[in-house]
Design a protein around this ligand. Structure first.
Ligand code: FAD
Length: 258
């Protein structure tokens, strides 16, 4: 596995289990919004690498990653301690399936995320080509607790005022956070796997119910949610897309259950 060594430029701890960081980006590192890459640390003089979605947009000079902290996790129990100036390893070959080219043309793009599954969509929603191409981009982010909504303030308040993307974002982006284990007034409660079946859910956001002719879907989250939604979409006739055969939806697990 080939990798380069990059410098950490900033670290944000969202809560005790979630953090993100930015690092330098080599000029040769090219990727398409939605891709993931191996990143890691040197541990006992050996590289310890894990798959991570790139959360930053492809036009950015730096790279950003959004991470869980797994207690006793070989990588994240170390990665969560990184500080500005530290070194991280960056694989040289980004890959992935959550790509616009793997989808048939459509009007709306639904990005369905749980947990750190939001990461690839942070890149997708800042891609000017994707913002231009679709009439609406609907991002749902489901977490167990309110404290887990990293990037919420950025998506709601900063991105709509972005110098270049702001206008498209205000016109097209619909951000829907949903929480499963806490309730709060004016906040949608429930799993996305259930909410998508309820007409009221769409009405609340002025959206039409999913339609195979109009809507394209990217799914990234815990393996159970990805599996459940894939089955649901396939039963509705949606075809899973790939590079060789674009379809109505694409999936990626946000992590692998070992
Ligand atoms: P591991 O031994 O890798 O994992 C231990 C256990 O922790 C897993 O079995 C699982 O139950 C749980 N776990 C791992 N990752 C997560 C997670 N993200 N959310 C909830 N539970 C988890 N992780 C990220 O934090 N951000 C990403 O952007 C990201 N992108 C990924 C993209 C792909 C395609 C894949 C396959 C995985 C991705 N992961 C991501 C998971 C990542 O590769 C590691 O598993 C994670 O960093 C934990 O590493 P670890 O060595 O500490 O523990």
């Amino acid at each position: 596995m080939s990798y380069t060594t990059e410098k950490v430029l900033s670290v944000t701890h969202w809560n005790e289990r979630l953090f993100s960081f930015t690092c330098t980006r080599p000029q040769s590192f090219r990727f398409t919004s939605g891709m993931f890459v191996m990143i890691g640390l040197m541990v006992d003089e050996k590289p310890l690498l894990r798959a991570y979605s790139v959360a930053s947009p492809s036009w950015d000079k730096t790279l950003e990653f959004y991470s869980i902290y797994v207690e006793n996790g070989p990588l994240t129990s170390r990665l969560n301690k990184i500080q500005v100036g530290d070194e991280v390893l960056l694989g040289t070959k980004p890959v992935g399936t959550l790509l616009m080219n793997n989808l048939l043309p459509g009007k709306n793009l639904w990005c369905l995320a749980t947990g750190t599954g939001l990461a690839p969509f942070m890149s997708v929603i800042r891609d000017p080509d994707i913002l231009e191409d679709y009439d609406k981009i609907i991002v749902t982010h489901t977490n167990r607790y309110h404290s887990e909504f990293a990037y919420q303030d950025y998506i709601k308040n900063e991105l709509p005022n972005h110098e270049y993307l702001g206008e498209l974002v205000r016109e097209k982006l619909v951000y829907i956070p949903t929480v499963t284990r806490e309730s709060r007034p004016k906040f949608v409660n429930g799993r996305i796997t259930e909410l998508l079946k309820q007409p009221d859910f769409y009405r609340l956001y002025g959206l039409e119910q999913l339609n195979i002719h109009r809507d394209r879907v990217m799914i990234c989250g815990n393996p159970e949610m990805v599996h459940e939604l894939s089955d649901w979409f396939e039963n509705k006739g949606y075809k899973m897309g790939s590079a060789s055969s674009p379809g109505h939806f694409v999936i990626e697990n946000a992590f692998v259950d070992r």
